[in-house]
Design a protein around this ligand. Structure first.
Ligand code: AMP
Ligand code: ZN
Length: 430
């Protein structure tokens, strides 16, 4: 099902024409109204009139997180302040939050993209979406909320937390889909298992939309199995509206990035050089339609690759792979570069491993992986525990080339997060 078939299946040559036209307009607008960009464009000798092809993007300067912070709060507005009707901030997982502003038309545009995403996965007026993202300054909940309403979906604005109440709401209103972080979905999964609740019998759930933080394919499978649903990956960031930037279709193998709204590039994070489709690197995005605060060549720090093959669903917007990590997530133990995703991927594929884990960095050459395992394993049979601990240690060592210390816990011991989770605890004193 399509929300806007013509745009979703647009011929790629026409798409390129549209992108050039929009890029030229955006450059003209920031050139005229944002002193920060006018100066940067001058330094690169770029005028709006000189933008004639999508490849001209390479002549434009990058925008970094630091640039947004340096212009806090209103420095990057491309419209008079009176045109702005909403502010959101990034969730600040990596420091001080960044403020992002929306005009009425930006809000409508973000809801349109969510409408495409939800319709693409089969949602319609008969559905009930329980939105368990945090309502407030975080874009996650509100942007999804208005997009779902645009489709005509009944939205239950539950927000995160209070798991008992979430389960009651699901039952009372016949929730068919949830919007949730992977860590909270895992936590609710553990509550269901502990209380012997079979979601297939108790609820009408069919789908979950999961994003806001990186998670592995194994985690998706685990959640699909526990709930008996389809889990769709949803990617976005405040600087580009929030959710609705890239989203999985029913093929569930990569997220279509709406290229009529965002120009995407994958670059080598160290050199800034563009990389070809299929190569893994840092995602760089240019907002082509945002009015209030357009951003050019934003260094997202998210690592992904463009999927080179066309999608069987018929949409022509290229897909990106699951986010493999963030350039600033990486840590180094014994000189080896490690991403938390690699560890999660291994853990979630091991039988006996439950839903929660964390990584504690002790020193430059020592890390501990604390893992919750399923309750039935704590039955006094120590041999089984020792075997599992050895299996986890070996499999992690094969993946990350460093032997971690592995500590097993009973379910419910490690801290749970309702919003974005903190998986890495850094105790190193450098
Ligand atoms: P925020 O601006 O606070 O919404 O945070 C945006 C960041 O959350 C992105 O830059 C990603 O690092 C992360 N993120 C959002 N969605 C996903 C997803 N589906 N998979 C992995 N990371 C994600
Ligand atoms: Zn598709």
């Amino acid at each position: 099902m399509y929300w806007h078939k013509e745009l979703e299946t647009i011929d790629r040559l026409r798409l390129k024409d549209l992108q050039v036209e929009r890029l030229r307009n955006i450059v003209a607008r920031v050139h005229a109204s944002v002193p920060f960009y006018r100066e940067r464009l001058l330094q690169c000798s770029v005028t709006p009139e000189s933008i004639n092809s999508v490849e001209d993007i390479y002549r434009l300067p990058f925008t970094t997180k630091e640039d947004i912070l340096a212009n806090f709060p209103f420095g990057l507005l491309a419209v008079p302040r009176e045109e702005i009707v909403r502010v959101h901030t990034s969730s600040g997982t990596t420091g001080k939050p960044k403020a992002v502003f929306f005009t009425k038309s930006d809000l409508d545009g973000s809801a349109e993209l969510i409408a495409r995403c939800l319709t693409m996965t089969g949602m319609g007026k008969n559905d009930v979406l329980q939105n368990m993202m945090t309502y407030g300054l975080f874009t996650g909940a509100l942007v999804m909320h208005y997009g779902a309403e645009k489709v005509g979906i009944l939205v239950v604005p539950a927000g995160p937390g209070n798991t008992d109440r979430q389960l009651t709401l699901m039952k009372d209103f016949g929730t068919t889909a949830i919007h949730i972080t992977p860590s909270y979905a895992l936590y609710i999964g553990s509550v269901l298992q502990k209380n012997n609740i079979d979601p297939r019998k108790e609820f009408s759930l069919k789908r979950a939309y999961m994003g806001a933080e990186p998670y592995s394919e194994e985690t998706r499978k685990k959640i699909e199995e526990i709930y008996g649903i389809d889990v769709y990956n949803s990617y976005g960031l405040s600087e580009m509206n929030g959710p609705g930037v890239a989203f999985e279709c029913e093929e569930k193998n990569g997220m279509h990035l709406w290229e009529d709204n965002f120009l995407m590039e994958i670059i080598d994070p160290n050199t800034g050089e563009p990389l070809p489709d299929g190569k893994e690197g840092e995602l760089v995005l240019t907002s082509l339609c945002r009015e209030g605060m357009p951003i050019i060549r934003y260094r997202t720090r998210d690592l992904t690759a463009i999927v080179p093959e066309p999608c069987a669903c018929g949409r022509t917007h290229r897909k990106i792979t699951r986010i493999l990590g963030r350039t600033d997530d990486m840590f180094i133990v014994k000189g080896v570069n490690i991403f938390p995703q690699q560890i999660e991927n291994i853990l979630m594929g091991i039988r006996g491993v439950a839903q929660n884990y964390r990584i504690v960095l002790e020193s430059l050459d020592q890390m501990t992986v604390e893992v919750e395992i399923t309750g039935d394993l704590f039955d006094g049979n120590v041999t089984r525990l020792v075997k599992l601990q050895a299996e986890i240690t070996d499999r992690l060592k094969n993946e990350i080339l460093v032997k971690p210390k592995v500590v097993l816990h009973e379910p419910g011991v490690l801290p749970v997060s309702e919003g974005k989770s903190k998986r890495v605890i850094d105790n190193r004193t450098l």
